[in-house]
Design a protein around this ligand. Sequence first.
Ligand code: ZN
Length: 398
Amino acid sequence: MDIMRELAIENEKKIVLLVMDGLGGLPMKTGGKTELETASTPNMDRLAATSECGLQTPLGIGITPGSAPGHFSLFGYNPFNYQIGRGVVAAMGINFPMKPGDVAVRINFATKDNEGNITDRRAGRIPTEECAKLCDLLKDLRIEGVEVFVKPVKDYRAVAVFRGKGLSDRVTDTDPQATGVKPLKARATSENGEKMAEVANEFVKQANEILKNQHPANTVLMRGFAELPHIPSMKDMYKLKPLALAVYPDYKGVSRLVGMDVIEGLTSLEEQAKALEENWKDYNFFFVHHKYTDSKGEDGNFDGKVKEIEKVDAFLPKILQLEPDVILITGDHSTPSFLKSHSGHPVPFMIHAEGIRPDDVTTFGERSCAKGLWGVIEGKMLMRLALSYAGKLKKYGA
Ligand code: ZN
């Protein structure tokens, strides 16, 4: 990291990082093809033929990444140096102006029965408009000595930010991660978490009262209490002017945490392409994120994930026509449909620029990339490669 800060120089060269969330996959049957190998990807294959390819492990071999650390790794940061709580990612995702000392937590609106047992952890996946109304109701919450902000994020997800003296994120979740059981009490994991735990439990008590006649969202679950971490920006680290083009709030959140500018209101690849073109001259690093590869993988929907990869392939020419100096395509982790979850399997990548050493890889896939120039490398090295190929790293030593 520090060596990067020392070597980084500014120039006009433009880098595009295209991330298909949860890109890496597995065959559904031994010997079969992965989602990426099954997908028809003529544009990526053509690019792979003139790129350097390989596999990357976002958090090192065998470690299953969450999306936030997976992205930190792609942005070139050591993801183990920063504790990025869910609450902060959510708050930054909606551009809530968190202050040092604030504690943010992700809220799920949920359904409980008369006994208080959770019957649906996502309240029937209520739409964002419904979520916004419920957040409005929670404005009536009053906790002595603490300012409380409750804001909608997406669907059943919201975020609460607590502002006051003596708060800390040393507090456990109330989400039991299961149905048919009661929510957990927030508990302090160290002495300085005691006040926050009390505040959190009081919040839940009042929220239950306010929401008692609502349906299906009649309670809240809390996950990922988090304070604002101090993270050096990509501008400080690499002298870049970075822009994020993401649809999902959490990815805008991780982008803001490393100091990227974020375009709001994007809802599709088409809009992302348009925004990319409109902002092309004002930035020199572009992070383009596609979420649905991961969502389909999590659903165990192999064909759905294949289709999402094909959609991104069809979108690729819109990036290429802008003639980026460096384009890097990969994922933040694997989400094999076979496992219906994130996994630690290495993720294929390709990097294309002038002045590189093309390998023999002519299709973009797990097996083909394994034979690429780079073999298996750590995810955080990709940023180094991208900067280097964009001429943004000066020589080390005399
Ligand atoms: Zn992810």
